[in-house]
Design a protein around this ligand. Sequence first.
Ligand SMILES: C[S@@+](CC[C@H](N)C(=O)[O-])C[C@H]1O[C@@H](n2cnc3c(N)ncnc32)[C@H](O)[C@@H]1O
Length: 509
Amino acid sequence: MPSEPDAFPDALRAALSDTGALGATVLQLASRLDDSPVRVEAALDTLRRDGEVLRMGRGLWMLRDFERLETRDDFVDPAEFVERFRREEGIGLARYNGPITFRSNESTPVHRWWPYVQGYSAEFVEGMIARRGLPPGASVLDPFAGSGTTLVEARRSGLRAVGFELLPPAVLAARVKTRFELGPDDLGRAGEAVVRATDRTTPGVLPFLRETRRQFDGATLDELRRLRNVLPPEGSPVADAVRVAFGRILIPSSRLHRSPCLGYGRRRDPGGPTPVERFRAAILEMQSDLEGAAATRDRWGPPALVEARDARHEGAPPGSIDLAITSPPYVNGMDYVMNYKIDLAWLGYARSYADLRALRGAEVACDNLPRSETAAYRALRDLPDPWLREILGRLRDNIARKRNYRRDDMHAVVHRYFADLRRVLVRVHRALKPDGRLVLVVGDSLLAGVYVPGDLLLARIGRRAGFSIEAIEVARTRRSGQRRSFGLRESVVTLRRTRAGSAPRGTRR
Ligand SMILES: C[S@@+](CC[C@H](N)C(=O)[O-])C[C@H]1O[C@@H](n2cnc3c(N)ncnc32)[C@H](O)[C@@H]1O
């Protein structure tokens, strides 16, 4: 029933008060008030002129009272957590100076072969390796290897590199990038053979993704299908490298972009390079980088081991690793499967939406997980850290108050996230030699109006798994996707293996 005219602003205020700092869109408010979006929009406009409400990003409206989260009784802000951490753990935040994001890798030989927005910089890994002063042949592990930044730098520094990763195109990229001995001429010949065969073949079947025809223009799609039709099967170093070159041109040839999430963006310049031209350029760049790498051959470590493994359930042999450097997915961060679905589909790693779902279920929890994957985590039991009880409880209550938040089991997603990461920390602890270090690059988050200090929580969970917390260094600040004005950070957490650890309660689930 539509509300009475004069009661409407009050009803609207009440609805906005319910949604709190999370905000709500016009359509959400209209559905909650059982009224028309036009009327809601007009009333919001009046309230805005009176200074009562404000419009945040993404079409969300909220009461001005919620503008400053810090003034809400139930809001625990970043500074408060940092202070608590200092009191309880005896450690304050320090600063890490130097480039940390993948951006600089985009122009760095070898690293640029497969741009991975979620990766970190080669300089960062180089610096962390140098800090430890490891002898040649020492072992470096990355349980979330991504595109292989750690592994490339470890091998380049004369170390033995071991990496696990679940996303198949990332596994492929990490393998290819660490095979420094690949001959540039062999690669050039294989690339040319693909180009020649493309002229003679017909377009192969379309990948299963429903939006494929929307993602590419007709001529581009046709050429990509022919290119894909003649790619050599995965398995040999040359074939794998050719496939990476193909994977790399997919997004630049499409109407999509990653910034960092996959979405439709600017139209592709119709006069831009064709897929075959892009493919040729990618092969040429790889050849040139391989020639450059060959000059340092006498310093390379042994061939890297890159395994398609779930880091939650499989680890390196006990006591085999000197240093682990990694960056896990962030709390509620990227849905890697969604973001790399084009690569997954075109390279044949996923043949259906069910394949995508299965892969997502195995990755560390993100907020697109099916509900079946979070059911066991709804109860606030077996939490890997006492701070989580307070944070998850607040998250659950905030979402219950809002009622129309995207998913009402968000606290279970976050619970599963930390349970997943605890398993990995326990495995890395076991794999490290005594006194070995685990260096984690991780961010904090603002979820449904609740601040989650991911870096501090992981450090504390690590301590319970048998590490001592050596340092938390803030590498950069970021903006919250939920509230642009809210500053988040990205930290380098260094943990030291001090004692033999045993799996804490709950890791066997
Ligand atoms: C932040 S990225 C790592 C990026 C990497 N440091 C780089 O520079 O390319 C995190 C990675 O963890 C992987 N991942 C998520 N869950 C995993 C699991 N259970 N086992 C292994 N890898 C996983 C994701 O596929 C993603 O590539």
